[in-house]
Structures are given as C-alpha cells and as structure tokens.
Design a protein around this ligand. Structure first.
Ligand SMILES: [Zn+2]
Length: 368
C-alpha cells in the first residue's frame, strides 16, 4: 500500500489512483482548481440563481440542506445574502446532536434570518436501519446519508422549489469512485460514494417497513426533470475550502468545539454537530487504514496551509486515538453491546492493511 507523494492519502481509499509522479487524483484536482476561471464560474452560478427566481414565483427559490456545520452556514450565506435568493433551509434533525451543533444551527438561522424545515426520522426505524448498516456494512451513517439526499429532493418536489444547492462533490474534491470531472449537476448525488449504488429497498426486512421509508427514497430522475428541479454542487462554482468557511462564519457567531478537537481529530470545528458520526468515520481506519486526521490534513495540504512533513507527524500521532467521547452514546443508541461492537470491528478489519504483531494490530505500511 502506497501513499500519495504530495498529500497523505493512502491508495487503499476506494477511487484513489496514484499517477506516474506518485500523486493522487485529489492532488491533481487541487492543481486543476488553481487554474479554474472562478469569476466565470460565479457568473454561471448567477445564471442558475436568476433562472430559479424566474421559475419560483412567490415561493422559495432555493433549498439549502443544512446541518449546523460551518459549510452549510457558508452555503446559506452565499445563496441567501450574496445571490439574494429566497432560501428554504432543510435540516435532517440529528438524533444525538451536540451542544455546539444545536447552538450553531440556531445561531445560523438567527444570523441569516431564514425559514427552516427540520425533518426528524421516526426513531425506531432509523435506529434499526442504522444498526443493520453497521452490522452488515460497518457503516451506520449510510442511513443518514441516504435520508439526507432523499428527503431534500422530496421536499423540493413537495414545495415546488426549482433549485437545490449542495456543498462540494466529494468524488471530485477528495478523489472518489463516481467521477474525476467537476460538474455543476448534483442530480445523481444519491449514487455517490457515500451511498454506493444501494437504496433503502436493500435494507428492508420484517422489522423495517416500506411504509417508513418515504424520506429515505430518492425520487425518480424523470419526476425531477419534469418538475424542472436543478440540483447543483456549489463547489463547482466557488473554490471549496472548509477552513475558509470556518473563518467566515466564525465572525458571524459559529462556535467551534468547546473542549477542543475530538480524539483522532486535528480540527476543532469540523463535523462537530452530532455524536453518531465519529464511529462511522473511525471504521475507515479499520477498512482502509486512515480516518479523520488524514482527511483534515489533506484538505490543508491541497490548500497550501500545511506541509506534507507536518501532516505525516499529525496523522501518525492522531490516527491511533480511539473516538471514545461518544462511544457509549453510540452503543446505547443502537442497543448493541461492547462485545458485539468489537466483533463487528474484527469482521471488517482489512487484512491487506493490518497485521498482528505481538498481539497488537498495527498498520502493515505506516505513513512516512
Ligand atoms: Zn494526494
């Protein structure tokens, strides 16, 4: 297993390919992004906005999916204030929000003075679907990602909103399976690397009823086209960088994590709005040998904010930490025992990435 020569991404990540110079596709993307005519792209975004205003009449022009994080605050700021659209925020309510997550979402709504719809999924079925995704796929947050994409599109259809503004295209920005080209359209977001060609239908059983899956079901593409709904990635039109978004929204009241970065994290303002995602992300360490600090350091390298040498030091120091802060919450929410948890970990441990040395699991190919 090799690592990218210019960032610290391992080639074990699905979709990552190293070129003849040893650079990963996400590094190549970051070089391409520096050559983009962003003024031109901004003008393209203005056209999408004007078209949405023309189509919406007296209703909402645009939906921005929000979580209470720095990126969604930035997205709403752009669409509502910079482009002057009548925005409806749609939030998939976290079942275990953090104090900072609740504060930041409320603060954002107050700061930007905006309407919001919060969708809370029925707890019993949400818990069952998450648990099944965890035990069978080592990926409990699949349920949340699926519901996020689907509920937003369903709300757009119900309220006849012509435009949806997502953040970045993860496959393009981070190197992924779906595409290596930046495109404005996010209409196939339900097929991205977080979803992996699965649908909610794949998880149904005697315990999970189809009657409870409305917000997990992505509408037909045909229906969306007929309704003239455009779904776009703002990252295609604006150079995307979380640290810059953080700097902007911090001035407007965004709060970073009070107790500092979570275990395994390099940043104190990234993914801090809910408690159930940390274990999901940590499973990447078991499956691919990297997790949060690699993602966070790579982003900083791509944006010339961190050297590779320093990133190696940070990643080697932080990756070994276990996300203990919300571990008990995770077990309680899914009603699984600690024993069941560690059995699942071993089921998904990638033997190409890990080896046992003197009774301890270590990475076969450490980052250097
Ligand atoms: Zn790279």
């Amino acid at each position: 297993m090799k690592y990218c020569k210019t960032c610290v991404m391992p080639e074990s990540k699905p979709g990552i390919v190293l070129d003849e110079l040893g650079r990963c596709n996400a590094c190549v993307t970051s070089i391409e992004k520096k050559k983009v005519d962003w003024e031109n792209r901004w003008n393209e975004l203005k056209l999408f906005s004007e078209n949405a205003k023309r189509l919406s009449g007296q209703k909402y022009d645009c939906i921005v999916p929000v979580s209470g994080g720095k990126d969604s605050w930035f997205q709403t700021l752009i669409m509502a204030k910079e482009l002057g659209l009548k925005v409806l925020c749609v939030s998939l309510g976290a079942h275990m929000p953090t104090e900072e997550g609740i504060f930041n979402l409320n603060k954002m709504i107050d700061d930007l003075d905006i309407d919001i719809i919060k969708i809370m999924l029925k707890p019993s079925s949400y818990r069952k679907i998450r648990k099944k995704c965890f035990l069978k796929q080592g990926e409990p947050n699949w349920a949340e990602h699926c519901a996020m994409f689907s509920c937003v599109l369903n709300v757009a259809l119900l309220y006849e909103v012509p435009l949806i503004a997502w953040g970045e295209d993860i496959a393009y920005e981070f190197g992924g399976l779906q595409t290596n080209k930046s495109t404005p359209s996010a209409i196939t977001i339900n097929k991205n690397d977080l979803i992996k060609s699965k649908s909610i239908q794949d998880w149904l059983d005697n315990d999970i009823s189809p009657r409870d899956t409305f917000f997990y079901t992505y509408p037909d593409y045909e229906k969306l086209e007929k309704a003239n709904i455009k779904s776009i990635y703002l990252g295609h039109f604006i150079p995307w960088y979380g640290r810059r978004h953080y700097d902007i929204v911090k001035k407007r009241g965004f709060l970073e994590r009070k107790k500092g970065p979570l275990s395994g994290n390099h940043l104190d303002y990234d993914n801090i709005d809910e408690k159930l995602c940390e274990i999901n992300i940590w499973f990447k360490y078991i499956k691919f040998g990297f997790w949060r600090s690699t993602d966070q350091c790579c982003y900083d390298i791509w944006n010339d904010h961190l050297t590779r040498e320093k990133a190696v030091e940070i990643v080697n120091n932080l990756s070994k930490q276990f996300p203990e802060e919300y571990f008990k919450d995770f077990l309680n929410f899914h009603m699984i025992t600690e024993e069941q948890f560690w059995e699942t970990v071993e089921k998904f441990r990638n033997q190409d990435v890990w080896e046992e040395v003197k009774g301890e699991w270590v990475l076969k190919f450490p980052l250097t």
